[in-house]
Design a protein around this ligand. Structure first.
Ligand code: SF4
Length: 319
């Protein structure tokens, strides 16, 4: 089988084109690193509605209980043009797994976009999603959307990649659905699901167990909805420890007392945020290899995305 390659919509100014209002492009080492492993679909909504480069900046305003995109220097309201373009573009999009957008842009920002009370106002009223982000929410509420700034945080980056690859795997399953393939997908992701959401895992288990008696469309919709709920937040430390201890159960009787207490000590240190998760995962992986544990070897918890994308840098911001 070909390696999984998630399909990700990306703001075009993030390493793909000099399309910012001032003619600049944003360089981003992590996006460069992702390029061989991800199929990117670059888009610049402002260029797509023919605003040109360079252009006068636009802003998001909230007037009469509605968000509007405006260009103060020209006095133009661009909401209808942008909405028409985005609705058409998002409807035609096929098989996408997630979105990676430019932070704080009134079009592309996913949060923290300044919203002004009017075209002329000097100070912002509040912060919100950009206009593109709002439309994505309508069309693809079950997919992950991040901005390049937040990916400097290691936890957010790991979560983003794990969810992208999980979604790409699920998209592949949908293309070639059979109950056997669903069971295989569910089995391989079992401990990743447990690390994210234990009660969600139980619901998935019930759905998979009954899949033969249910309609395929309904099974896939319900399973997708559970993925969305379970992966709507970063995994909690307690759930991750629970999943790791379950996996530890497969190998613990083959370890000596010192190895067992070393692992449990590392768990405590992870709980107290003194060691990163990657230390525990690496140790578990070494035991999986040593004891040839085939059930654990297939678990995506230990390699949710290609290891070339593993990046230990962490800004510690934005979580
Ligand atoms: S933030 Fe979005 S709209 Fe602005 S230049 Fe980048 S891609 Fe274009």
């Amino acid at each position: 089988m070909d390696p999984l390659k998630p399909l990700v919509v990306v703001s075009k100014c993030l390493t793909f084109d000099h399309c910012r209002y001032n003619g600049h492009m944003i360089s981003d080492p992590f996006i460069e690193k992702m390029k061989p492993f991800v199929d990117f679909v670059p888009v610049c909504p402002e260029m797509a509605i023919h605003l040109g480069v360079p252009r006068n900046p636009i802003r998001l305003i909230f007037e009469n209980e509605q968000f509007q995109l405006v260009q103060p220097a020209t006095g133009k309201t661009l909401t209808t043009e942008m909405k028409t373009f985005l609705e058409r573009w998002l409807t035609r999009l096929d098989g996408v797994d997630g979105f990676l957008l430019k932070s704080r842009s009134p079009s592309c920002g996913i949060k923290d976009v300044k919203v002004y009370p009017s075209m002329e106002s000097k100070s912002a009223l509040k912060k919100a999603k950009g206009y593109f982000g709002m439309q994505i929410d309508q069309f693809y509420p079950y997919l992950i959307m991040e901005d390049e700034g937040r990916l400097s945080n290691a936890h957010i980056r790991e979560h983003f990649l794990a969810r992208l690859y999980l979604q790409a795997g699920f998209r592949r399953l949908k293309k070639n659905f059979s109950v056997a393939h669903l069971i295989d997908f569910h089995t391989r992701n079992k401990y990743l699901f447990m690390a994210y959401h234990q009660s969600g895992l139980k619901k998935m288990g019930v759905l998979v167990a009954n899949a033969k008696r249910l309609n395929e469309k309904q099974v896939l919709e319900d399973y997708q909805e559970l993925i969305q709920t379970m992966f709507s937040r970063l995994p909690r430390t307690g759930s991750m420890i629970n999943a790791l201890l379950h996996c530890f159960g497969y190998v613990s009787d083959k370890l000596n007392t010192d190895e067992r207490s070393y692992f449990l000590d590392l768990i405590q240190q992870y709980k107290e945020k003194h060691v990163p998760l990657s230390v525990l995962l690496s140790l578990m992986k070494s035991w999986i290899v040593r004891f040839k544990e085939p059930y654990l070897a297939q678990q995506t918890l230990f390699s949710p995305y290609p290891m070339q994308l593993l990046d230990l840098s962490d800004s510690g911001k934005n979580e």
